[in-house]
Design a protein around this ligand. Structure first.
Ligand code: SF4
Length: 167
């Protein structure tokens, strides 16, 4: 279940609609402003079984160029908000290279950008986007809220739309 930014969710929905595919998302992080407007900053992409964009015959992603950053950076994982970078031990490629690789990466994390250059760039973008959103939220005094209460909000915005309104 990848975590995606709101603009990535909308892009995935657009692509899915063109391919006649249905996708499901749930807000994963939300904030509320002093006027009671609610703002979603992250969504959880609910995938049951195989991802609908995974071609099981060719074992390829059908939206390789357009896939969200969470997919682009895999097997790298970024711990937020610390920015700590990790490699997932669940990845087949990492498993094939055995525990020695994981050990090596944990003692020499500076090798990660060398081994996974594209994935590292995607992970960097995730961190930058997250920090940009975080600093906007702090500057504007938004408070964290329970995502299960979003249905009670008079208005709900995606963070990028809310940021555009506030500029
Ligand atoms: S990489 Fe492609 S197939 Fe895999 S989860 Fe992401 S969008 Fe789906």
């Amino acid at each position: 279940m990848p975590i995606v930014f709101p603009w990535e969710k909308r892009e995935l929905e657009k692509i899915a609609a063109e391919m006649n595919i249905k996708l499901g998302f749930k807000p994963s992080q939300a904030f509320i402003d002093e006027d009671g407007a609610c703002v979603v900053t992250l969504y959880k992409w609910i995938i049951q079984g195989f991802c609908p964009f995974f071609n099981r015959a060719s074992r390829h992603c059908m939206i390789h160029e357009d896939k969200p950053l969470a997919c682009k950076m895999y097997p790298l994982l970024v711990e937020l908000p610390s920015g700590k970078l990790m490699a997932s031990g669940k990845c087949d490629w990492i498993k094939q290279h055995g525990p020695k690789l994981m050990e090596h990466l944990s003692t020499r994390p500076e090798l990660i950008p060398e081994l996974f250059p594209n994935e590292f760039e995607a992970a960097k973008r995730v961190f930058i986007e997250f920090m940009t959103i975080n600093s906007f939220i702090e500057r504007h005094g938004l408070r964290p809220m329970d995502v299960s209460k979003l249905s009670e909000c008079a208005s709900v915005y995606d963070i990028d739309e809310y940021m555009a309104r506030s500029e």
